[in-house]
Ligand binder design. Structure first.
Ligand code: GUN
Ligand code: FE
Length: 424
């Protein structure tokens, strides 16, 4: 067993932090043995003690919704609405991923930058292209970082360059599934119908069949924008609500499922999501940029819905899940001004969303409780003036003011992760 010594902060419950000043985390075979304030508390042989001095040691970040094939568009076209943004900027950019050399250049930067911001696990949309998706999965494997990677499936309402026949989509998904079948792999496939408007009924049905046949998770978008919702009503008239359209094809919690946004989900939709244990990917920056409304995250938590945070690059403009915590608190305060019965998020709740709650989609990830995979960040905030600040004040200052320069060391599944390489 190795012992890591630092100021340890994590959340077991959403309502409070666990803090151990100058404490120890014991790690064996990539998993946490326990946390203690003394090295004598462990009854196992200690191989090595690694002392990070006055640094903070926290669980690593989890990004529940991000588009790797939109990375080059980060920060571009933020003055458009969803449909115009997709047509004008996003679809043409994703079409470039028919070129695997382009994919290597962009995806290697994407993986390196997730690393920079301490995101050790992500649920990722690639593009429709099989070869480029394989490139992305291999880059994650090489980096030693965890990801569910989805080859995107779509056959309508976009541009010709992004269409596949249903037969090709099934065959291409099955090729990846066969290559990435090890359930213990840090990198795994996830079934990814882009969203209802870009998939024919036959495509949605095939996606649902793939998820069921191979017992794979599912990710998509849900109730992000008013026009989108009205469009789904037309496209799938038999569905009672947007989520019901996924449900009818076996894409709504029949296997573990992430639905991004849910800004306008009504009670009926949220009730079904709760029953099906669906994870909401809350993407505050994307909502501000594209759907131009606020997601009622407090209502999600009060209902007991599972929620994690997503950067949604490039609908969102910021890859940092630390900053996503700050945005989540800020937009929840705007909501509080609308409805004062709904409390805004606390710091511990936002931290729990980014770590333990979001991490649960990847297994026992996001906490330092015994048995959890050791995904962790060492935070060196010594360049901030933090005289007389408590450890929690220091954590808050890092979340609001810090960036990748303050992350000294990153661990995923117990292994220290070096900077991934860039390809040109
Ligand atoms: N809905 C369909 N495709 C997309 C996408 O790429 N990003 C976002 N934010 N919403 C979508
Ligand atoms: Fe998205």
């Amino acid at each position: 067993m190795k012992l890591y010594k630092a100021n340890i902060i994590f959340t077991r419950e959403k309502d409070r932090f666990e803090v151990v000043e100058h404490g120890y985390v014991g790690v064996e075979n990539g998993r946490v043995v326990g946390v203690a304030s003394s090295s004598d508390a462990f009854d196992r042989e200690v191989e090595e003690v690694i002392d990070y001095g006055d640094c903070l040691l926290i669980p690593a970040m989890n990004d529940l919704h991000v588009h790797a094939a939109q990375y080059r568009n980060q920060g571009v076209a933020m003055d458009l609405k969803l449909m115009e943004w997709l047509k004008t900027y996003t679809f043409p950019e994703e079409a470039k991923y028919s070129d695997t050399h382009y994919a290597e250049r962009m995806y290697s930067r994407f993986v390196r930058d997730l690393w920079r911001f301490g995101t050790m696990r992500a649920a990722v949309f690639a593009s429709v292209h099989l070869e480029s998706t394989r490139v992305l999965m291999n880059l994650f494997r090489e980096a030693g970082m965890g990801a569910f990677v989805g080859k995107v499936n779509m056959d309508q309402n976009a541009i010709d360059a992004l269409y596949e026949t249903v037969e090709d989509a099934v065959a291409n998904n099955e090729a990846l599934i066969a290559e990435w079948s090890d359930p213990d792999s840090l990198v795994r496939p996830i079934i990814t119908p882009r969203f209802v408007p870009s998939c024919s009924s036959a495509m949605l049905r095939s996606c649902g069949e793939l998820a069921k046949r191979y017992q794979l998770p599912v990710q998509s978008h849900l109730s992000e924008n008013h026009n989108e919702i009205a469009w789904v009503r037309k496209l799938e008239p038999e569905s009672r609500f947007y989520g019901d359209a996924y449900d009818r094809y076996g894409l709504f919690g029949q296997t573990p499922t992430i639905m991004a946004h849910c800004v306008y989900s009504a009670d009926e939709e949220l009730d079904l999501m709760e029953r099906r244990d669906i994870m909401v990917a809350h993407c505050p920056t994307s909502n501000l940029n594209l759907s131009t409304d606020i997601s009622p995250i407090r209502s999600f938590l009060n209902r007991g819905l599972k929620v994690g945070l997503g950067s949604d690059i490039s609908g969102g403009h910021d890859l940092s899940i630390m900053r996503m915590m700050a945005y989540a608190i800020q937009v929840s305060k705007l909501w509080y001004n609308r409805d004062r019965r709904r409390q805004f998020l606390t710091l511990s709740e936002a931290f729990w969303l980014a770590t333990k709650s979001g991490g649960s989609f990847f297994g026992r990830v996001g906490s330092f409780e015994p048995g959890y995979e050791f995904d962790a960040l060492v935070i060196d905030d010594s360049t901030f003036n933090h005289d007389n600040y408590s450890l929690l004040n220091r954590l808050e200052r890092f979340i609001y003011m810090g960036d990748d320069r303050h992350i000294a060391v990153r661990f995923c599944r117990g292994r220290e992760i070096p900077e991934p390489r860039i390809l040109d």
